[in-house]
Design a binder for this molecule. Structure first.
Ligand SMILES: [Fe+2]
Ligand SMILES: [Fe+2]
Length: 141
């Protein structure tokens, strides 16, 4: 996977917490398992959450932030950064020179499919972006 990434993309990937790196890697593995070897789709999966690094929130902080976002109560700066990790990551990836698919999936992955991401890629990437605990729970069923 490292060979796919430019130096700047690799920096963004490895600056993530080990948990987020594992999440991106697991997403890329789902893409690869679907026999989709398009480099850009793999990279979109691998890098979609790089914007979370800026928020520097641990697991508990993230749970709390998710709850506060749902309740629409005022957020701290770091919690707002966590909420906005899609667009923030997209800006970093754009600056790193990433492909449009990589940038636009990062920007929109918690929203609606943008024009720049084809339906096939979107469906696969959405399926790939499942938190590890949800994937485990599904396997246990
Ligand atoms: Fe995300
Ligand atoms: Fe994700």
């Amino acid at each position: 996977m490292r060979a796919l990434l430019s130096d700047e993309e690799a920096r963004l990937y490895f600056d993530q917490s080990p948990r987020d790196q594992a999440h991106g890697y697991a997403a890329a593995m789902v893409v690869r398992a679907a026999s989709v070897d398009r480099e850009e789709t793999l990279k979109a999966a691998l890098l979609h959450d790089v914007g979370k690094t800026e928020a520097r929130l641990g697991l508990l902080g993230r749970v709390l932030a998710s709850l506060m976002i749902k309740l629409r109560v005022p957020l701290s700066r770091r919690m707002a950064a966590y909420r906005d990790h899609g667009p923030m990551g997209a800006a970093e990836l754009s600056e790193a020179g990433s492909a449009t698919l990589v940038v636009e999936f990062a920007r929109n992955h918690h929203g609606a499919r943008p024009e720049a991401v084809g339906e096939e890629d979107w469906d696969l990437l959405q399926k790939a972006d499942i938190p590890a605990n949800a994937r485990l729970a599904r396997r246990r069923r």
